[in-house]
Design a protein around this ligand. Sequence first.
Ligand code: KG4
Ligand code: ZN
Length: 333
Amino acid sequence: MAIKILAIESSCDDTAASVIVDGKIKSNVVANQAIHNMYGGVVPEVASRAHQINIIPTIDTALKKAEVDKKDLDAIAVVSGPGLMGSLIVGVTFAKTLALTLDIPLIEINHHQAHAMALFIDEPKPRFPLLAMTVSGGHTQISIMRDYNDIEVIGRTLDDAAGEAFDKTGKLLGLDYPAGPIIDRYSKKGSAIFEFPEPKVKDLDFSFSGLKTAILYFVQKKKKENPDFVKENIYNICASVQDRIVSILMNKLVKAAKMAGIREVAIAGGVSANSGLREALVDKGKQLGWNTYIPKFEYCTDNAAMVAITAHYKYLDKKFADLSLTPKPRYSL
Ligand code: KG4
Ligand code: ZN
């Protein structure tokens, strides 16, 4: 009998559901919450309320698209963290209720692991051991994946995540939230002519807060000389910001690959949608003889297909959660 799992993701501002049958994604539905754009960032209380409104239609649509009846499901998977408490609680409560009423197992998923597992949705699948750098609005880390459920984190950010670096810099430049995709677009029209410092952080850890401050001072200084500086130079500033964020990420990834002696190298998470980072990974891969992997665009930013694929392998390993499961806003791997 085929294994059919419904996966739910509600850790931040996207309500998402996906159905996976025997390891193949049958549906992947994401309800975005555009309402946060007007606040310049995610407002937790607003996110929680929107999840409550969106969760039933999102799950219904995912089941319908997959042509799977909920009575035929074998398990319910849900992200329990890390994330916003008020957001997580909606998905976790819903998943527990469904598992209880359908009398099927509940599978707990870590959001970081799910981002990395997005690499295993499509062919060609990476081989183990894999070096995976997950970069998004909430996390930046480098891990060695020895198996689907065997992950060792070897580097992480000490302050902001890479996506936050894009978004907060964008805010300083007067761009809308989330600024990552806008900076990406604008970079293509400019050149990286401004030099921003590379932070000195030991080992494989990252820091992005210094970069944000450096850009703030740079913009303030330039505006004193010319109040229209940002407007007139926005494309070049964006290209310079992106260039530096990408080089910070890639330098650590190269260091990690050398230290670990691994040539299967991947990026995942929202920031892996960035064209500069994608190109840099492919170029480095060619230069250093790596096999490189990047999830399909729709599996980079938050989605439930990545949760579903993680759940499939947890189901095979019989890693089930108790119905007393509660959200873990600070759940680290
Ligand atoms: O994975 P994700 O959807 O949510 C979190 O788990 O945080 O990532 C969202 C982050 C945001 O910071 C957004 O600005 C960034 O990913 N992002 C990008 C691009 N697309 C999304 N950053 C740079 N370039 C992009 N093309
Ligand atoms: Zn995420």
